[in-house]
Ligand binder design. Structure first.
Ligand code: JBZ
Length: 261
């Protein structure tokens, strides 16, 4: 996969992709990440990329010309077979659809991605209407620009590509792949500062361990992210089993405590 990133802060992308799994994937030519400075596509002496909003209001807006020129130049340099589909042009913006594992899987199917990192108060709407094919947000919090969101999207997408993760890392077992949270993990020592590892994990009884992990997955997801349960394949029966189990557990532990006010 080839990813082209358009930004006014290209140096921000130097560090994250020069380590570990990403560096290995780049060195093995599984992916290439090409970062372009939008400022290089201006023609005035001051390399102006922003201007005041029509109609007034706070902040500055990305001018359309440098963004159009940058995307068009970058797309022209992408090697493509004749008749091949145009690569998606994705704008990172709080107005976008909320990024998730499903969208990461969808994007991992493309040969090429073009990402535009927004800045200032936003971008001229004509870029969105006539150049951008997809708008993505990574979540409901305020950020200063689209660079970190672009890195999040790149991370989530490229780890899905064949060969990017070594055999020791599994893209399948992780949280959110099956739509639920992960079960708790332990390693040695068996007792750390007086805190023991759950006994079942030391039992060597693999059927019992599998049952315990499944119960933990559902219990955690019910407690922390109940909205994920509704979308998943957890059966009503399984859900009720865990809810009863949890209620029983709470009742037991409250017997050992002083009554609450
Ligand atoms: C994003 C103006 O540029 C921005 C500002 C905030 C922001 C993005 C781009 S993308 N927040 C998000 O993914 O939530």
């Amino acid at each position: 996969m080839r990813i082209d990133v358009l930004t006014i802060f290209p140096q921000m992308f130097d560090v994250p992709f020069s380590f570990g799994i990403f560096k290995r994937a780049i060195d093995q030519n599984l992916i290439s990440i090409n970062v372009h400075n939008i400022r290089d596509y201006t023609h005035d002496k001051h390399h102006t990329v922003d201007d005041y909003p029509y109609g007034g209001g706070p902040g500055m807006i990305f001018k359309p010309e440098p963004v159009f020129e940058a995307v068009e130049a970058v797309k022209a340099r992408i090697p493509r077979e004749s008749g091949a589909a145009e690569p998606p042009v994705i704008l990172l913006t709080p107005q976008g659809r909320l990024f998730n594992q499903q969208i990461a899987m969808e994007l991992s199917e493309y040969r090429n991605l073009v990402l535009i990192c927004g800045h200032y108060e936003g971008i001229d709407e004509r870029v969105v209407e006539h150049l951008v094919t997809d708008e993505i947000s990574i979540g409901d919090y305020v950020l200063t620009g689209g660079e970190l969101p672009a890195m999040v999207v790149i991370d989530a997408v490229i780890r899905l590509l064949p060969g990017v993760l070594g055999s020791e890392d599994s893209a399948q077992e992780d949280s959110h792949v099956n739509g639920l949270l992960e079960y708790p993990q332990y390693t040695r020592p068996a007792v750390f500062r007086g805190w023991p590892v759950p006994e079942v994990l030391l039992s060597g009884n693999h059927a019992q361990i599998a049952r315990w992990r499944r119960q933990q997955i559902i219990q955690r997801t019910l407690e922390r992210r109940p909205e994920l349960i509704d979308k998943s394949k957890v059966s009503q029966e399984e859900k009720q089993m865990v809810e009863q189990f949890t209620a029983l557990d709470k009742a037991k532990s409250s017997l050992n405590k002083e009554p609450e006010e």
